[in-house]
Structure formats: structure tokens, C-alpha cells
Design a protein. Structure first.
Length: 327
């Protein structure tokens, strides 16, 4: 069955309810740094282009981009994660404060750097990307601190997003403690996975792997609709969740629930940049469910939101007005 029809009236009601929803975002926060410039010559030192820098921009990345997307949609997110004891942590906090987000949930781990991805872009082409990060698992003390902060935020929360970028934050212990605590309070939890083995990603409401992650986790090569259906059903049965939403780029999305399989065709007119589209999807999904949407309605709204951001260059987000205009 296909569902891509959502009345404008219903969409207006749901997006109207986005305002002020409190969403806890547990995940790998990072800084996206963009260095923009031009290339006019090759370096005399090595066969590489010399980029003459025009400007530098910063954006919140990873779970930070999920947070940015929630802010743009009118929600009140609280990020929980780790940063290093360094100047990049200051820049990251400042970027959160610029969008009106409290950073008390960011714990300093002096043993690791703040995750930063620096992209050098010349003539709209990425020349190189430099990553500064540690993927080592956080220690037990940091884990305990994060879990206490997370539990403390749940009473006021409307939903939870867990955003795994594989940077060592989401240990099995932290996942187990956090997901169990959220389930005990009956909160919707939307989780964007990174690990191949989904066993630690439960209990959750919805898990949102992309095509490749779904194929790897299910151990099934996804080549057509039949193998996609097989993989999605296998994942749905393998962990305690209400739904699996497989995001499939230009193919749209497919939602697997106990009731069946729903294909949601893409709405993107032009695709310039898929960077961060998954962050937009999970932000919209969690917000829609917290606002009373069914799983299908939430997936359709998330699909529309993704269609807006892929038409923008760089880490982007979508406003309620932009989202509503596509329906």
C-alpha cells in the first residue's frame, strides 16, 4: 500500500502542534566547519590545489543538526552528549546558544576532543574533509553522568530522539539505561542507528536506518522491493519496536509496522545535497508523533521535510511554513 496523501488541513493541525514541544536529543553532537574559497593555482610544494579562503561558516552537526532542525520546526530541544575540554567545545556551545538552545546537557570529557568536521569547499566542490574526533567508548563515570541528566529531562519531555553517529557516546550501557527509562515513562523514542547489530537499540518506537544500514543489519542485500520487504520485516521482528522506517534517498521511504508495509514516494523536486537529510527526517518524525500524528502521517511529514532540505546546499533545516507549503 502507498500513502502519500495527507490533507493540508491535517498537516496544518499537526505542524501547528509542533510549537514548544520538548524533545530530548541524546547523541553525538559535532561541529560542521566550512571553509569556502577559490582555486587559482597548484601548490609549488605538492601537486595539490591552493585554496584561497574567502570565508568560514559553522553549523551544528550530527545530533546538533537534529537539534537545529527541531528549533527550525518550532520545538524546544535539549541536547545531551559529550564535548572535549577545548576551544571547539566553546564554539559548539556558542552555536547552540545562537539558536536558543540550553547546553547544560553537554558533559565535558577531557579524554576526547570535541568532534569537528572541517570541509574545504572551492567553487561549490568539496576539496577535502578533515575530521577531528575520538570513536572510543565513553567511560563508566561519563556514562553515569549522562544517564542522570537524561533521566532528569524525561519528566518534562514530549519525545526522545537518539542520534548515533558512532563516535563512542552510545555505549550498550547508556542505550539500555536511557531507552528503558524512556519506555517506563511511555515516551516516543525515535532512533537513528549506526551500529550493524541493532540488538542494543531497544526498546524504541521507531528506528530509521537508511537502505545500506537496513541491508547490513538484516544481512540481506536490498536490490528490489521484495528484498527490501524481507529486510524490513526481519528488522521489525528482531528488536522491540513499533516501526522500522527505511529511508531510501531518491526512492523515498518505506515504513514497516505490524499492520503492513507502506511505501512513501519521494517528494524532492531537485536534489542538491543529501547532507543531514536523515537528521531532518528523525526530527520531523519525533515531533509529528509527539504532536498526535499516526506513524504513517509522521513518516509522510518527515518525507516532505526531507524533500525541502535536499534542495538546499550544506547542512540545512526546514521551517513549519516551508513544510506546509509542500503539502
Amino acid at each position: 500500500m502507498s500513502m502519500n496523501k495527507l490533507s493540508r488541513e491535517r498537516a496544518a493541525t499537526l505542524t501547528g502542534a509542533f510549537a514548544g514541544k520538548r524533545i530530548v536529543v541524546l547523541g553525538d553532537v559535532m561541529l560542521d566547519e566550512f571553509i569556502w574559497g577559490r582555486v587559482r593555482r597548484i601548490s609549488p610544494e605538492a601537486p595539490v590545489p591552493v585554496v584561497e579562503v574567502d570565508r568560514q561558516t559553522l553549523a551544528l552537526g550530527g545530533a546538533g543538526n537534529v537539534t537545529s532542525n527541531l528549533v527550525a520546526l518550532g520545538a524546544a530541544p535539549t541536547p545531551i552528549g559529550v564535548v572535549g575540554n577545548d576551544s571547539d567545545a566553546e564554539r559548539l556551545r556558542a552555536a547552540f546558544h545562537d539558536v536558543g538552545v540550553n547546553t547544560d546537557g553537554l558533559v565535558i570529557d577531557a579524554d576526547r576532543p570535541t568532534t569537528i568536521k572541517t570541509r574545504v569547499i572551492a567553487h561549490s566542490q568539496q576539496v577535502v574533509r578533515a575530521d577531528r574526533e575520538s570513536r572510543a567508548a565513553i567511560n563508566a563515570e561519563i556514562e553515569e553522568r549522562l544517564l542522570n541528566i537524561f533521566r532528569g529531562e524525561l519528566d518534562a519531555a514530549d519525545a526522545v530522539v537518539v542520534s548515533d553517529y558512532g563516535k563512542g557516546l552510545l555505549t550498550p550501557g547508556l542505550l539500555s539505561g536511557a531507552l528503558t527509562a524512556a519506555r517506563e515513562r511511555g515516551l516516543t523514542v525515535c532512533l537513528d542507528p549506526k551500529m550493524r547489530n541493532f540488538v542494543h537499540y531497544q526498546p524504541v518506537t521507531v528506528i530509521t536506518p537508511n537502505n545500506q544500514e537496513a541491508a547490513e543489519a538484516a544481512g540481506i542485500a536490498i536490490e528490489d522491493e521484495q528484498s527490501l520487504t524481507e529486510a524490513g520485516r526481519k528488522l521489525l521482528a528482531s528488536i522491540e519496536c513499533r516501526a522500522v522506517l527505511v529511508t531510501r534517498g531518491e526512492e523515498g521511504m518505506t515504513l514497516f509496522t505490524e499492520d503492513g508495509v507502506t511505501h512513501i514516494p519521494t517528494v524532492a523536486r531537485e536534489v542538491y545535497d543529501v547532507t543531514g537529510a536523515g537528521d531532518t527526517v528523525i526530527a520531523t518524525l519525533a515531533l509529528a508523533i509527539a504532536s498526535g500524528a499516526s506513524l504513517e502521517e509522521a513518516a509522510v511529514l518527515a518525507n516532505h521535510a526531507a524533500g525541502v532540505v535536499v534542495a538546499k546546499v550544506g547542512t540545512a533545516s526546514v521551517t513549519r511554513e516551508e513544510l506546509l507549503a509542500t503539502i
